[in-house]
Design a protein around this ligand. Structure first.
Ligand code: 3PG
Length: 399
């Protein structure tokens, strides 16, 4: 590995900036955290820093989206998991945050508020410009070391990820270390055909990643599910009504161009499940009426996708196949995961919903690598060097 780890430093008494990714699914009605898997992962790195003064920093959601919240609930969850007080400050770079950091004693942990409260954290920067942000300039002098552990946001060039390592010694935390080591190993043995099963909702990101996966010869079949599947079905004119998503015309046009350019790569659902008066109703895509909302795959699609998965050399699955959080519509996600676990291929499973389902099904041990990262992992598989990894490599070179 070309990056430094916690084992390379004497951490006793040091003040550590620990960038993690506790971005969790949030119930839009209650604003409660729905899955705590990413918070659980932070525990391992915190346990490796028992004698340091640790400042934990994360984003949650995106400005303007329903899941954009403060980090108070995360602090409560982390406190229970650590069985130790987690100090929390409703501030990121202001005086209260700075005073709280200065006031930490050895072995104490402080969680800052949502990093995206700071406007700069919502933009992409070059490493030099990231180091020149107010966030980094105000805070870096308070720290001895920067630990980057936010693998799910390793594809973002935000100041907290690529700015601090310009100004401080930097290393990977336990989560990032494990992800990079496992993935590097897997990529050296990955065999064709490469089958990518892609769901999820960050559509513009997904479309870009799909293009790169194909161009870099990392995808022989792309089996589409969830909202990204709907976008491609709309591009095929198989869904007649608008989907009502952001930048719809633009993403549908891009999907249309990709299908035209690579006609043999994409598989889209042939049948689906919708909700009729609280019941699951399965139907052929051609039978769908206006206003019918796709909430899961149908059995023919599951069989068709499972066959392609069983013939794969490498399978990567990311994002749920439907509305997994609803009992009536979790079937497709669970069945595809079983197909992945039963295949002889090298397998990678990514994203919070899928890791939860794997655990519930007792299948996690049959998967080569399970990651809580979504978009970052897809980009990693395209062969693109992720900004967080570049920052860590550069920091290792400097030392
Ligand atoms: C994720 O969940 O993919 C990461 O936390 C990154 O979030 P973002 O796409 O809002 O930057």
């Amino acid at each position: 590995m070309r990056v430094l780890t916690l084992d390379d430093f004497d951490l006793r008494g040091k003040t550590v900036f620990l960038r993690v990714d506790m971005n969790c699914p949030i119930d839009p009605d209650t604003m409660e955290i729905m899955g705590t898997r990413r918070i659980e992962e932070v525990v391992e790195t915190l346990k490796a820093l028992p004698e340091s003064k640790v400042v934990v920093a994360s984003h949650q959601g995106r400005v303007g989206n329903k899941d954009y919240t403060g980090m108070d609930k995360h602090a409560e969850v982390l406190q229970k998991m650590m069985n130790q007080e987690i100090k929390y400050v409703e501030d990121v770079i202001g005086k209260s945050a700075q005073d709280a950091i200065r006031g930490l004693g050895d072995g104490e942990i402080l969680l800052l508020d949502n990093l995206r409260l700071c406007a700069e954290e919502n933009y992409e920067f070059t490493p030099e410009n990231a180091a020149d942000t107010i966030m980094v300039k105000r805070l870096y002098k308070l720290f001895d070391l920067c630990v980057l552990d936010s693998f799910p946001s390793a594809h973002r060039s935000h100041p907290s990820i690529i700015g601090f390592p310009q100004m401080l010694p930097a290393c990977a935390g336990r989560v990032a270390e494990r992800e990079v080591r496992n993935l590097d190993e897997i990529m050296t043995v990955a065999k064709a055909p490469h089958v990518i099963v892609l769901g999820g909702s960050k559509i513009p990101d997904r479309i870009e990643a799909i293009k790169m996966l194909i161009q870099n010869k990392r995808a022989d079949h792309i089996l589409l599910t969830g909202l990204i599947g709907n976008v491609f079905m709309r591009a095929q004119a198989r869904i007649k009504s608008p989907l009502g998503i952001k930048r719809e015309d633009e993403v549908v046009a891009k999907a249309h161009a990709l299908i035209g350019e690579y006609p043999d790569i994409f598989a889209t659902p042939v049948d689906v499940a919708i909700d009729k008066d609280g019941e699951r109703v399965e139907m052929d895509v051609r039978e769908m009426g206006k206003g019918d909302c796709i909430l899961d795959l149908g059995p023919k699609t599951i069989e068709y996708y499972s066959k392609l998965i069983s013939g794969a050399g490498t399978v990567f699955i990311s994002g749920p196949a439907g509305k997994f959080e609803s009992k009536n519509f979790e079937y497709g996600t669970r069945e595809l995961l079983k197909a992945v676990a039963n295949s002889m291929a090298t397998t990678i499973v990514s994203g919070g919903h899928l890791t939860t389902a794997l655990k519930q099904e007792g299948l996690a041990g049959r998967i080569n690598h399970v990651s809580t990262a979504g978009g970052a992992l897809v980009l990693y598989l395209t062969g693109k060097k992720l900004p967080m990894i570049s920052a860590l490599e550069e920091a290792a070179r400097r030392i």
